[in-house]
Design a protein around this ligand. Structure first.
Ligand SMILES: C[S@@+](CC[C@H](N)C(=O)[O-])C[C@H]1O[C@@H](n2cnc3c(N)ncnc32)[C@H](O)[C@@H]1O
Ligand code: SF4
Length: 352
């Protein structure tokens, strides 16, 4: 049975002002202690063998590669696991990728966001388009050719042509997977306080349609609202989340799920390290899902994917005709429906 391990790496060189993830820019002195704490949490967890491992952040590639690989080394894995590391294009080198490959990393996820210099500046990113091209080249030279590129559309100052060029540039690099996210205004971020830089819905809808057409045309199939992959290269770890599989989160702010019970660790690296070092549990809180909630969540998650939901999970209503395509007993979102997925999800009917 599929089982995933997520390792949270809460360090970044600089904070992007749209980002609400649990990450810090002034905690590099914790690298060693954090690594030790993660290794200990894993050792004490008695984990089943993982079919997928995902190092996410923050910026996992900012952690010295030997430390990251030492965490991977203590995670029990199946014979042929998917092992992904999120990388910022300007915090990697040939040596990073060599170390990753030797440790069993099979997949990289580059946080590219755009290839237009003025859009990267508008997003507050530290890397240049050249960093991405060079990172992809170095990874390939080290033998890791399976990679995802994360993109964001809708930053202020990004024209439709800028976005088209970004997609063209990225496709030319031969990714097996692309995640393209509409820029989201997260509460509490500097972006939230600056309405002049908030994205425009119509602009994002146009860019989403362009994304789907261009990526689809290049052989990358949309399999979740914001994710496209060459057939066979879908991210197994994300599929596990979307299919309500069991996974264990390691590190601060990491979430876990087992058979309807969810729990999550304390948010800051200091509190996490202190808990582990003193032999206390790092868990901040947990919840038990009722069957009813689990079933509804299963439908909400499946609706966002190419699997879709059983036809009778949505009412027969002409208002849904443009948003949902019904075929072979399943109802799946159309391209237009994917833009309005939250509204469609409100119409889901409990099953069973
Ligand atoms: C966990 S983040 C970290 C990846 C890596 N540190 C980076 O930023 O390059 C994963 C992805 O989420 C996306 N993301 C983060 N905040 C976002 C926001 N407010 N709106 C849309 N996408 C966002 C970005 O594409 C980012 O690459
Ligand atoms: S978007 Fe990525 S690099 Fe930027 S602050 Fe968030 S985790 Fe760090």
């Amino acid at each position: 049975m599929a089982f995933g391990v997520y390792v949270h790496v809460p360090f970044c060189a600089r904070r992007c002002d749209y980002c609400a993830f649990a990450t810090w820019t002034d905690r590099d002195h914790l690298f060693d202690a954090y690594t030790r704490a993660c290794r200990r949490e894993i050792a004490e967890a008695d984990l089943p063998s993982a079919s997928s491992v995902f190092f996410g952040g923050g910026t996992p590639s900012l952690l010295p590669a030997d430390l990251l690989c030492s965490i991977l080394g203590v995670i029990p894995r199946t014979g042929d696991p998917e092992v992904t590391v999120e990388c910022n294009p300007d915090s990697v080198s040939a040596a990073t990728f060599e170390a990753y490959r030797n440790a069993g990393v099979t997949r990289l996820s580059f946080g590219a966001q755009s290839t237009a210099p003025h859009v990267l500046a508008s997003l507050g990113r530290s890397h240049t388009p050249g960093h991405l091209a060079s990172a992809v080249f170095l990874a390939g030279a080290a033998g890791i050719t399976n990679f995802n590129v994360d993109l964001i559309f809708g930053a202020v100052g990004e024209s439709v042509d800028d976005w088209r060029r970004t997609l063209d540039d990225v496709l030319a690099m031969g990714p097996a997977h692309v995640s393209a996210y509409a820029l989201t205004v997260e509460p509490g971020t500097p972006l939230a306080l600056d309405p002049a830089r908030h994205p425009d819905d119509d602009d994002q809808a146009e860019k989403y349609a362009l994304t789907d057409a261009m990526l689809g045309g290049a052989g990358l199939r949309n399999y979740e609202i914001s994710n496209w992959a060459r057939p066979g290269h879908e991210c197994q770890h994300n599929l596990l989340y979307w299919r309500q599989g069991n996974y264990r989160g390691i590190g601060c702010a990491a979430h876990s799920h087992r058979d309807g019970r969810r729990w999550w660790n304390v948010r800051t690296p200091e509190r996490y390290i202190a808990a582990i070092e003193s032999g206390r549990s790092p868990v901040a809180a947990d919840e038990e899902l009722t069957d009813e909630v689990r079933n509804l969540e299963a439908l909400q998650l499946a609706l966002r994917t190419v699997d879709g939901v059983p036809t009778d999970a949505l009412p027969v209503d002409p208002a849904l005709d443009r948003l949902v395509h019904r075929d072979g007993g399943r109802a799946r979102l159309t391209r237009e429906g994917r833009l309005l997925a939250n509204e469609v999800a409100l119409r889901l009917l409990p099953q069973g």
